[in-house]
Design a protein around this ligand. Structure first.
Ligand SMILES: Cc1ncc(COP(=O)(O)O)c(C=O)c1O
Length: 392
């Protein structure tokens, strides 16, 4: 059975070049990167090469890159590494749970948190961020690109506001890395998160950019790895894989180097989006906002998103809803609700996210049966005839 994977914002397949780069570090190059003998020096050199590659991806110095176990840890390290009881933090309503739940925990520890709302397009207004500043504001944490809609936030403007107010700025760039160019100096951030498995690297590895001079308190207490910012023996194969993925991401965006992965993804995504929006009673979540090139989030009124995901999976197409299953009940996406969608429309929304491996034929395949599947589910739906959009 043919299978097409359009859920790359959940995780991306590891590219063959990445796997090839990692393989020796599961075998012949097994040393502990802290050992001073030959075996340790070999893996230390590989870790430092990967650090250089990640630094190139982000436009920073290698010494400013801290390897972590993934995006969640990097987000937590940025937040808990800086914020102390009594401090105030500004974030947004559409953050990933790695940031939102970290902020919830801060409240329990005696911190204050302001959640900035978004508009109907899913965009944070920098003026709201500025208005939320208080004398005790320590950190602003607003994501670069949203994982559900792909909407790109005005991070450079927020960076300016943070700099003027002398407040730290962290941005979760997990869904931006590899899809659009990242330059920490242009953004003006002090901390930035990436995750290996969202840019065709392995799962379980990520990195936090920490601007030189920014003192963060480590979360893990142990050895002095990562310049005492993250204790624990390095995940060498993972770090090597992240480094290779970062290299390939840079090359993929470099127009002078046969790059253009982003343009190819955008062309395929735009065609998919255009044809899906031609189905009646559908709409684009994030319409009118800048978006990363690989993501489209569409509502299909009158259906349950989960039912569509399952029906498409049975035909070989992997997509997802932004919904979370909490205590047995499926809750609509907090991101779509924050954008003002009704619960029904949020639950009728599907995210399609492309990766470097997808081809125009993958889009043909998906378009070959999505319209009829939507029509069939609508026929079975008790609410479809009552959906007002159908008659307007
Ligand atoms: C925006 C964003 N931040 C953080 C994370 C967490 O990254 P990881 O899975 O590496 O812990 C994700 C993963 O879905 C994400 O999309």
């Amino acid at each position: 059975m043919r299978r097409v994977y359009l859920d790359n914002n959940a995780t991306t397949p590891v590219l063959p070049e990445v796997l090839e780069a990692m393989e020796p570090y599961f075998g012949e190059h097994f040393g502990n990167a802290s050992s001073i003998h030959h075996h340790g020096q070999e893996t230390r050199a590989a870790v430092e090469r990967a650090r250089e590659s990640v630094a190139k991806l982000l436009g920073c110095r290698a010494s400013e890159v801290v390897f972590t176990s993934g995006g969640t840890e990097a987000d937590n390290l940025a937040i808990f590494g800086l914020v102390r009881p009594g401090d105030h933090v500004i974030t947004s309503t559409i953050e990933h749970h790695a940031v939102l739940n970290a902020c919830k925990h801060l409240v329990k520890q005696g911190c204050e948190v302001t959640c900035i709302p978004v508009d109907g397009r899913g965009l944070v207004d920098p003026a709201d961020v500025k208005r939320a500043l208080r004398p005790n504001t320590k950190v602003i944490t607003v994501m670069f690109a949203n994982n559900e809609t792909g909407v790109v936030q005005p991070v450079a403007e927020i960076g300016k506001i943070a700099a003027e107010a002398e407040v730290y700025f962290h941005t979760d760039a997990v869904q931006a890395a590899g899809k659009i160019a990242i330059d920490v100096n242009q953004i003006g951030c002090d901390l930035l998160t990436i995750s290996g498995h969202k840019l065709h690297g392995p799962q379980g590895v990520g990195a936090l950019y920490v601007r030189k001079g920014t003192q963060i308190e480590p979360m893990l207490h142990g050895g002095s790895h990562e310049r005492s910012r993250r204790a624990g023996t390095e995940n060498v194969p993972g770090i090597v894989g992240l480094g290779k993925a970062a290299e390939l991401a840079v090359a993929g965006l470099d127009r002078s180097n046969e790059g253009g992965d982003d343009l190819k993804m955008a062309a395929a995504r735009d065609r998919l989006e255009r044809d899906l929006l031609a189905i009646e009673a559908t709409g684009l979540n994030g319409e009118g906002a800048p978006r990363v090139p690989n993501t489209t989030n569409i509502y299909f009124d009158g259906i349950e998103g989960e039912a569509l995901v399952i029906a498409l999976d049975l035909k070989g197409l992997a997509v997802s809803t932004g919904a979370a299953c909490s205590s047995g009940a499926i809750e609509p996406s907090h991101v779509l609700l924050a954008m003002g969608l009704s619960r029904e429309r949020a639950k009728a929304s599907i995210r399609f996210s492309l990766g470097k491996q997808n081809t125009p034929e993958d889009v043909d395949f998906a378009l070959g049966f999505i319209p009829e599947t939507v029509a069939r589910l609508r026929q079975l739906s008790p609410v479809w005839n009552k959906v007002p959009a159908r008659t307007t």
